[in-house]
Every structure is written in C-alpha cells, then in structure tokens.
Design a protein around this ligand. Structure first.
Ligand code: FRU
Length: 493
C-alpha cells in the first residue's frame, strides 16, 4: 500500500469509530450531506461520473474542528439519497503534506480527474509563508484516486500583482476543446481576484490572465471561484472574504455571491456587472456548481460559516451541505430552487387552502423537525406577518421569519432558536399581492426559498427535540391561499 492509501485507511478507521454515535444524535441531519464524523467544510469536486453524482468535501477526519484537510466523498443517483464512500484524498506528499484544499472534478477519457490545492505550512506561520500549489488525482472507478507523478501541475504563482501565498481552489471546465481553470487569489495589497489558466491535457497549465478583480468593498481575498455559462452569459460565483457590512448586506463573516458578465477567452478578461449575494441567511459559503446529464446547473454550498459557534462539535461532528439547488437566470439575477428530486422524500401531505390569519395561529398537522412546507400567501391588509418554526411554548424557543411590507423586508431571526449563535438577517423581496414560500426544515437547519428562488435564506439552528411547533402570525389579515406540508424521510445512509 502506498503512503496515500495508508493515510486514507487510517482516516477511514477514525471516522468509522465515531459514525454510529453521530448518526443517532438529535441534530444529525436526515436529508443533507454531513460528515459521518468530525469536520466538514467546502463542497469539492461536484460532478457527474458514470451515471452518478459525486460530491467531495473538505474534511478533517480526526477532529470536529478544522485541521489537515482530506477530501470526504459521497455519491448519489438522484441528488437525494447519498451514500458515504471512503475518503478520496489525504495529505501524503511533500506538496500537500498539510492539506488537500478545495478543488473540482472533471471527466477526461473515461476517468475522473480531481484538481485540488496542496497546502504546506512553512515554519508554522499560519497566514503567511504558506506554499499552495495545484495538483491532480485520477480515478478509473470514481472511488480510488491516485495522485499523478507530474504533481504539482502548477507549482509557482505567476508574476504580477499577485499575492504569492494565497493561491488556491481550482475550478476546472472544458471550452472548445481546451481545459480552463480559475483560481482564488488576491493582489499584493489585499484585493480579491481570480486567475485564469488554460491546458490541453489537464497536466501542462499556462497562465492566461488575472481574469477579474474586485473594486471597492469587495473583500481581501476571493476563495472558491466558479465560472460557468448560463443561457449565453457567463457567471462567476465566488466567496469574497472580508467584505464590510453595508445596510442589510454582508453581515456574515465571509460572503458568497456572483457577478454576471462575458469572458473573452482570447484576452482572458471577464467583464462583469454588479455583485449579488447568493443566499441571505447566516450559513452559506464556498458554493460549487456542476452541470448534469439533463443540462441543469446545480449548486451546493457549505451550510455553515467560518468562526461561527457550532454546537454539534461537542458531539463529534460539524458542518453540512445545503440541499442541491438548480440555478437559473431571470432578469439578470440568479434564481436558485431545490432540485425537484427532493419530492421523493415527501410523506403524506397535510393540505390547507384559503385560511385567513390574523393574530397568531397554528394549523393542525403542521409541525415537525424534518419537513417541507410550500405556501402561497396573499398579503392582503397586513403590514407584518410571517411564521415561527422549531417553536416550543415551554422553553420559548423559536426561529422566526417576518415579512414587513413597509420596507419590503424579510427578516430571519434566530435569536431564540436554541443553542448556538443567534442574530438577525434581512433582505428585500417583492411583495406585490402574493408571496410564495418553500421551506425545508431538517434537525438543525432551515432553508427558505422565497418567490420561486428570488431570495434564499439558510441557517443552522440548534433547538431541543421538543421544539417542533409552527405558528403563523399577522398584524392584520393575510390569507394562506394554499399550504402543503410534508414530513420528509431520511435520505442519507
Ligand atoms: C474556503 C477555504 C478554501 C480552502 C479551504 C480549506 O472555505 O478557505 O479557500 O481551500 O477552505 O479548507
């Protein structure tokens, strides 16, 4: 067994020791991808290979806190039922000895190629003096990966106004017969930027350009860039670190958003319009997309935030993925909606129509901690209205979603959600006459899709088991035109 395989074996054994205990814990998510034990962050290598979806993730198999990164691995036939697989990458070589950082996957000649960042700390200084290089690992079966002997395939940061330490997160794609990748970077004076590379074979890479650079309040480093074409335009998704709060925006420690534009493949310059946030909740970072065999662009994000308090850590696990979301372009904005395959998880429906709400009410059969709620609301005369989920009257726990018509705001409040971090996040939505809502609740998460994906808010919440109540409230009358509630089945083995 080579060193890489040995490291993988060791890590798998560690995870196996803990996995039963984690599985039965009350906050363990039922239909979201989570690590079997210990730490998870960014989605990596999201791809479709030999008829199945593959999703890898940043993983520390030895601790519920971040540490030397491995790549955890799950696969699925339908984006809903995921199966855990052995760890795919472990640090084992001089160039990745302190971590296999984020990256992506692409199929070439019937094999699955992973392109990732090898991280090495130099002299123990964490934020400087790190050496980041790009490397490739290949698999015939999509399960066992070998690091290629040509590694690292990109070993030096190019000349120019480019920070020489922070150079990571390759996202690779194919365009007109050539391979391209974008890399997260920053300038020497700490402005986030993205670098573009080109290759004919995924091994020899040529630096093309600084493809895009931030201006103004746009962060000191752009992590996890992802460039893709959607309906004739190009979209650059990225995760800028250190954008300062402005009004209702940018209150999370780091951001994840996008710009829309056009990439000139000759010059390597990407011209783009305004920056928009992808998810207006608390917990969403480093999203990655892939296109599947049906031509759909699908996005998954890490449903947590750096440096946020994670109450599951004391029980031996942390980190989760969002549900997969389909990305579409409407009025020059990205809309994201849950993949329809999630309907497979629905159990018996509880249905209401034309219910007037004034004051605070609950509806028989509408409660739970693992469910989907789909609603159409006629806003009628109310100024403020909304709903409370994961509610418990005795302990006064609740996670509250409020619409305020005066300034067109939707407000997600987890101040009394239970354990873990509290706080409020706000964003605007259109509220002309009706609002549609699709809400996914899992044992320690809430994802809210407003107006068919116009806005999304995701949050981790850590209430007690008893907090299963749902109530609806309005200061003046609103009408629930329709409401469907489904309990959702467990989907992760
Ligand atoms: C983003 C990130 C990446 C890096 C990885 C390390 O969350 O910081 O830039 O590759 O996490 O785990």
């Amino acid at each position: 067994m080579d060193k890489h395989q040995q490291q993988i074996e060791k890590a798998n054994q560690e995870v196996n020791k803990l996995k039963e205990q984690v599985k039965s814990h009350e906050w363990n998510l039922q239909y979201h991808v989570m690590p079997q034990a210990n730490w998870m962050n960014d989605p990596n290598g999201f791809s479709f290979f030999m008829g199945e979806y593959h999703l890898f993730y940043q993983h520390h198999p030895y601790d519920p806190k971040w540490g030397p990164m491995h790549w955890g691995h799950v696969k699925s036939k339908d984006l809903v039922h995921w199966e855990h697989l052995p760890i795919a990458l472990a640090p084992s070589e001089d160039y990745d000895k302190d971590g296999c950082f984020s990256g992506s996957a692409i199929e070439k000649d019937g094999k699955l190629y992973l392109m990732y960042t090898g991280n090495v700390w130099i002299e123990g200084k964490l934020d400087e003096d790190l050496k980041q290089v790009q490397a490739i690992a290949v698999s015939d079966d999509g399960i066992h990966f070998e690091k290629i002997k040509e590694n690292p395939v990109i070993s030096e940061v190019p000349e120019g106004d480019i920070n020489i330490f922070h150079f990571r997160d390759p996202k690779v794609w194919k365009h007109e017969g050539a391979y391209y990748c974008v890399l997260g970077s920053k300038t020497k004076s700490n402005t986030g930027q993205v670098l573009l590379y080109r290759s004919s074979n995924l091994i020899d890479w040529e630096f093309v350009s600084v493809m895009a650079k931030g201006e103004g309040n746009f962060g000191f480093m752009w992590e996890c860039p992802d460039l893709f074409e959607l309906e004739g335009k190009e979209v650059l998704v990225m995760s800028p670190q250190g954008v300062k709060p402005e009004g209702n925006d940018y209150h999370n420690l780091h951001q994840a958003g996008y710009v829309i534009g056009q990439l000139n493949y000759q010059t390597g310059i990407f011209q783009y319009g305004p920056y928009y946030t992808l998810d207006h909740g608390f917990d969403f970072y480093a999203p990655q997309t892939m296109v599947d065999d049906k031509g759909r662009r699908i996005l998954i994000g890490w449903m947590d935030m750096w440096e946020s308090d994670m109450p599951t850590q004391e029980f031996g696990y942390s980190g989760a993925m969002t549900i997969p979301r389909i990305v579409s372009l409407r009025n020059d904005r990205l809309y994201t909606l849950p993949v329809p395959e999630l309907e497979d998880l629905r159990e018996e429906e509880t249905y209401y129509s034309d219910v007037l709400i004034e004051g605070e009410t609950s509806l028989k059969g509408v409660h739970g901690d693992c469910l989907e709620l789909k609603m159409k609301i006629d806003v009628k005369d109310a100024t403020t209205f909304g709903l409370k989920v994961r509610q418990d009257a005795v302990t006064k726990q609740e996670t509250v979603l409020t619409f305020d018509k005066r300034d067109g705001l939707v407000i997600l409040d987890r101040t009394k959600a239970g354990k873990g971090p509290g706080g409020v996040r706000k964003t605007t939505v259109s509220m002309v006459k009706t609002i549609t809502l699709q809400i996914f609740i899992d044992k320690s998460s809430v994802e809210i899709f407003i107006n068919e994906g116009e806005k999304v808010m995701s949050a981790r919440v850590f209430p007690t088991k008893e907090a299963q109540g749902i109530t609806f409230f309005a200061d003046h009358s609103v009408e629930i035109k329709s409401l469907s509630k489904w309990s959702l089945k467990k989907a992760i083995k």
